[in-house]
Design a protein around this ligand. Structure first.
Ligand SMILES: Nc1ncnc2c1ncn2[C@@H]1O[C@H](COP(=O)(O)OP(=O)(O)OP(=O)(O)O)[C@@H](O)[C@H]1O
Ligand SMILES: [Mg+2]
Length: 599
């Protein structure tokens, strides 16, 4: 029998020699700077570490012609500027102990030398209160010039002709579309991680993203879109020195087959197989087959429990106690997904998540990192007081807080009061409930409409004067496709000429509404929501929304009481059919707290 041998491993031997510095940097650059987006990532991180509050990223030609990152951070002292092109030159790490508890995004002093070694590199920087700044020019890592320069406070780095001297790397670059997408995704991730920072992204002169400093809820709402924001469930869990905040897409709102999971560990955006597994497993029982989770997960752990020095591009971290982190995340997500449907609780820090007006209390006075000075290199914990300003807990769609500690006095049956002609205030068992009269009524009507469908065909209220309605071709199409639903819901409509409808009757619920207007609104909703929901539910939702009492309508005590009873008899009293909250609870303990009473 013929024995096959493996080809010999080729070993080239020769004299051992130290590589020249330029080549070392280029090799290191291979790890750190894989593509234009990696340059953007490193420069962004430097700006954040420098305590910047405004950061602009501009790129041309998918980042291969030019990348420019401008920040208003601390700036670099003139005497330090020439040193930053040297490898392992960093202001962020001084001793081995500090490596155990890194609070900044950068720590190796590798990024700038790596980037500069494969590009034409320019840096302009000025310390805020100095008059004159410094400008450095380099080509392929060699310094051409360092000179005084008149420049704004902060730092601006320009990287041109990336990979000009490493043709092999240049050849492996992805398409412009994919690179631009990558840079946009990157900016988005940092924007999620640093809500208090204003970011701007400009690609080939086109503004792709611009966002002012906000609180976390405003930022998430802005990035995911106001409407989809309401599809998120807030999870907040605390342990002694650690904290977990997550925005979990409600399982019934998920249609995507691929998971979209974002992890921020001590605010650093990272990938994590461990957390990915924890999140997908936690979601499993709640999702239909073929659907995958969407979640933003923020973990704050003592710095000593996170090793950030495990990946060349700092894209992964390792946890000192992987099992504990896994279990915590898994159980917290499962609990949040199964505990839904509680009355959201009003909390001291709860801002209106959709209010973009800035409130000073929600703004940190300082940035993070060395220059920001909030997390001193000696502290082993992320600064939780700082987090609370940027990451105030609770949003109206959030899960409730643990039970009351104050004794609950007994009260007679609910007392109702209407506030601002919009909210019903009810005192129930020592709790103060705020009920939105429109969303609450919407919920009641929605369930009533759906239930009546199951039982029999809805009645129709005959109009005294039948109305005609002329539709656009697409509206007419939407009507024809769904004509039977309209009948089932109690409309009496027939085509009358080409694109005109004759309305003879409407559902009794809608008798106060202008029939033509109502029909057009429902057709509109059918067009816009057809991807998300089956037509019967869209019509029911739309009918409920348009028939429900409005904000601004004055209610009698009896009407309020009736609505209250109907709401609490509903299957899901806590949200309107669009997912907005119907009730918020203001706990007695919170009121006591505000008046400085011991709770
Ligand atoms: N935008 C900036 N503003 C202020 N200082 C900066 C800025 N960019 C770089 N520096 C200074 O230059 C040093 C070198 O930056 P570089 O990115 O190479 O290393 P690092 O951030 O310390 O570590 P890492 O390689 O992990 O990113 C930093 O430590 C910092 O002192
Ligand atoms: Mg850096």
């Amino acid at each position: 029998m013929e024995i096959k041998t493996l080809p010999a491993y080729q070993i080239s031997t020769g004299k051992v020699a130290k590589l020249p510095e330029g080549l070392i940097n280029q090799i290191a650059a291979g790890e750190v700077v894989e593509r234009p987006a990696s340059v953007v990532k490193e420069l962004l991180e430097n700006a954040l570490d420098a305590g910047a509050t405004e950061i602009t990223v501009e790129a041309e030609g998918a980042g291969q012609h030019k990348i420019k990152v401008t920040d208003n951070g601390s700036g670099i002292p003139a005497e330090d500027v020439p040193i930053i092109l040297e490898r392992h030159a960093t202001s962020k790490l001084k001793s081995a102990e500090e490596l155990e508890q890194i609070a900044t995004l950068g720590f190796r002093g590798e990024a700038i030398p790596s980037i500069a070694s494969v590009s034409y590199f320019e840096l302009e920087t000025k310390i805020k209160n100095e008059r004159i700044g410094t400008r450095l020019l380099a080509e392929g890592g060699k310094i051409l010039k360092v000179e005084p320069a008149g420049t704004a406070g902060g730092t601006q780095v320009t990287v041109e002709r990336l990979f000009f001297n490493t043709p092999a790397r240049k050849k492996f670059q992805k398409s412009a579309v994919s690179e631009n997408r990558q840079m946009t995704a990157l900016l988005e991730q940092y924007a999620f991680a640093f809500p208090e920072i204003g970011f701007e992204l400009v690609l080939d002169g086109k503004k792709i993203l611009k966002t002012p400093g906000q609180n976390l809820f405003e930022r998430v709402s802005e990035l995911v879109g106001e409407e989809r924001y309401w599809d998120l469930e807030l999870l907040e869990s605390k342990k002694e020195n650690s904290q977990l905040i997550a925005f979990l897409k409600k399982p019934e709102k998920i249609t995507a087959a691929r998971p979209q999971l974002y992890f921020f560990i001590n605010r650093r955006p990272v990938q994590s197989k461990l957390l990915h597994h924890a999140a997908t497993s936690a979601y499993r029982d709640f999702l239909e087959h073929g659907r995958s989770p969407y979640a933003l997960i923020y973990l704050f752990l003592p710095y000593t429990e996170v090793d950030v020095n495990v990946h060349p591009a700092k894209a992964e971290v390792r946890f000192a106690n992987e099992r504990a982190v896994y279990d915590w995340t898994y159980h917290a997500i499962r609990k949040a997904l199964s505990n839904r449907g509680q009355v959201p609780v009003w909390s001291s820090a709860a801002p209106n998540p959709l209010n973009t007006g800035s409130s000073p209390a929600l703004y940190p006075e300082q940035g993070r990192g060395i220059a920001g000075g909030t997390s001193s290199p000696n502290s082993s914990m992320p600064d939780l007081s700082y987090q609370q300003k940027v990451f105030p807990f609770q949003h109206p769609a959030g899960v409730g807080s643990p039970g009351e500690t104050m004794p609950t006095p007994s009260y007679p049956s609910p007392i109702f009061w209407q506030f601002a002609d919009v909210y019903i205030l009810a005192q129930v068992k020592g709790k103060l409930l705020l009920i939105d009269q429109h969303t609450a009524h919407e919920r009641v009507l929605y369930e009533k409409i759906l239930k009546s469908l199951g039982e029999h065909r809805a009645e129709s209220q005959e109009l005294l004067f039948p109305e005609t309605l002329e539709l656009s071709p697409s509206e007419f199409q939407a009507f024809s496709e769904n004509q039977n639903f309209f009948e089932v819901f109690g409309f009496d409509i027939s085509p009358f000429g080409d694109r005109t409808l004759l309305i003879r009757g409407t559902p009794p619920l809608a008798q106060k509404k202008n029939p033509a207007k109502l029909l057009r609104e429902i057709l509109d909703d059918l067009e816009t929501d057809k991807k998300d929901l089956e037509p019967a539910k869209i019509v029911a939702r739309s009918l409920a929304c348009h028939s429900a009492m409005r904000a601004g309508e004055k209610l009698t005590i009896a009407e309020m009481e009736n609505l209250f009873d109907l709401l609490f008899a509903a299957e899901n009293p806590y949200n309107c059919p669009h997912g907005r909250p119907t009730i918020i609870e203001l706990p007695l303990s919170e009121i006591h707290r505000r008046f400085g009473r011991p709770v």
